[in-house]
Design a binder for this molecule. Structure first.
Ligand SMILES: Cc1cc2nc3c(=O)[nH]c(=O)nc-3n(C[C@H](O)[C@H](O)[C@H](O)COP(=O)(O)OP(=O)(O)OC[C@H]3O[C@@H](n4cnc5c(N)ncnc54)[C@H](O)[C@@H]3O)c2cc1C
Length: 359
């Protein structure tokens, strides 16, 4: 018997894979899968290597990325492989339905509180009541503040960014995503269509001030806000422990998030595939996920640490270097999920990038 806490993308996807061989149950604290939405829902085509992209959760495709420096100069990159804009609630529902089709049992309105681990198995406690449940394997796919990690000795000090985002009625080019690279960590305008966009900032502090400042800079009227979708984003920790006996962590709960762009959907799904292999073939989970995504997550973290200390002037110079055609061509053809595949090429094409000492 395997129990997964959290019906986000990582938890439900893993459930569907494990259910082919095992008896799997998922507990989710909310009464509805996919809500509340706390995500901008942009991914690269790396998602299509894992899942068939269905019309009902794909709402837009992005062909251009505009990267805007503090001095308002910008570069525009034509993405040879368009980015995908997802309806996150629909993606979560789709993954849960797929798992249900494989025989997974879902219990909504069940908030995991604690567990007791003995030689005879793991007893789980929910909602602070005497609702208990026995399992052999426990998986925490329960997001950035993982209660599973906290109650099983897997929680170490973690760093978080805050993602402050709103959906806004805004006239935009529906094929172009905008990134403002000094806005906190960075800001974004992600079009759902030519009339609606997801606008937000990721920052370590002062999310409201940073968000207001982006709206002002982009001349967006506050009254056009439709609703907020903010949340916390764990910064990847290469030393985080993700396994303790028969307890495993996955996705945001394991800090499987790119520190460059704070995207974690694809990384959580990839780690789910590795955890499925680890449980099915009795392999070392940490070795497997580190082999698949650890190198790229580590490069992303080094880049993030460097960017966090940049002055506006350095950002301006960086955008200047990236505006050269030979550099843009590299960015246009490569997925940002795999920086290890192009960072060397970038440095060889523009040795002055070494001054920024990314690696
Ligand atoms: C504002 C914002 C924008 C983002 N934009 C992007 C983006 O554009 N692209 C991208 O790839 N990533 C983005 N991310 C990150 C992305 O949302 C996460 O990496 C992704 O959701 C992680 O999936 P997960 O399944 O690990 O966790 P989650 O999606 O957080 O799912 C965890 C689930 O566990 C449940 N849960 C939590 N605690 C308990 C408990 N005690 N008991 C029972 N259930 C529990 C939760 O209700 C939730 O359903 C963004 C994040 C934020 C905050």
């Amino acid at each position: 018997m395997i129990t997964i806490i959290g019906a986000g993308p990582a938890g439900s996807y893993l459930a569907s894979l494990l259910a082919r061989e095992e008896d799997v149950t998922v507990f989710e604290e909310h009464d509805k899968i996919g809500f509340p939405v706390q995500c901008s829902g942009i991914t690269t085509q790396a998602l299509a290597e894992i899942l068939e992209i269905k019309k009902h959760f794909l709402i837009n495709k992005i062909k251009n990325a505009k990267i805007i420096a503090p001095n308002d100069k910008h570069i525009e990159i034509r993405l040879t492989k368009p980015n995908l804009i997802l309806d996150r609630a629909e993606l979560d529902k789709y993954l849960a339905e797929r798992a249900e089709d494989e025989g997974v049992k879902f219990h909504l309105n069940h908030k995991y509180e604690n567990c007791e681990i003995t030689n005879r198995g793991i007893t789980l406690k929910f909602n602070g009541e005497v609702k208990t449940f026995k399992t052999d394997v426990l998986i925490g796919a329960d997001g950035p503040f993982s209660k599973v990690a906290k109650t099983t000795g897997l929680w170490k000090e973690r760093k978080f960014a805050i993602g402050a985002q709103a959906r806004i009625n805004l006239e935009v080019d529906p094929e172009t995503v905008e990134f403002y690279i000094n806005q906190g960590c960075f800001g974004w305008v992600i079009p759902e269509s030519n009339k609606t966009a997801r606008v937000g900032v990721a920052t370590y502090a002062q999310p409201n001030e940073r968000f207001k400042s982006l709206l002002k800079r982009r001349q967006i009227d506050y009254k056009k806000i439709i609703g907020y979708q903010s949340g916390m984003i764990p910064v990847y920790d290469p030393n985080a422990k993700t396994q303790n006996g028969n307890v495993y962590l996955l996705g945001d709960a394991a800090t499987h998030v790119k520190a460059t762009t704070f995207g974690g959907i694809v990384q959580g799904l990839m780690a789910a595939e590795e955890l499925n292999k680890a449980i099915t073939y009795k392999k070392d989970y940490e070795k497997l996920w580190k082999k698949r995504i650890g190198g790229d997550l580590r490069i992303g973290l080094l880049i993030r640490r460097k960017l966090d200390n940049f002055t506006d002037n350095e950002y301006n110079k960086l955008v200047g270097l990236f505006s050269q055609e030979r550099i843009k061509r590299v960015l246009e053809t490569k997925d940002r999920d795999y920086p290890s595949k192009f960072i060397l090429e970038l440095l060889l094409k523009e040795p002055r990038l070494l001054r920024f000492a990314f690696i």
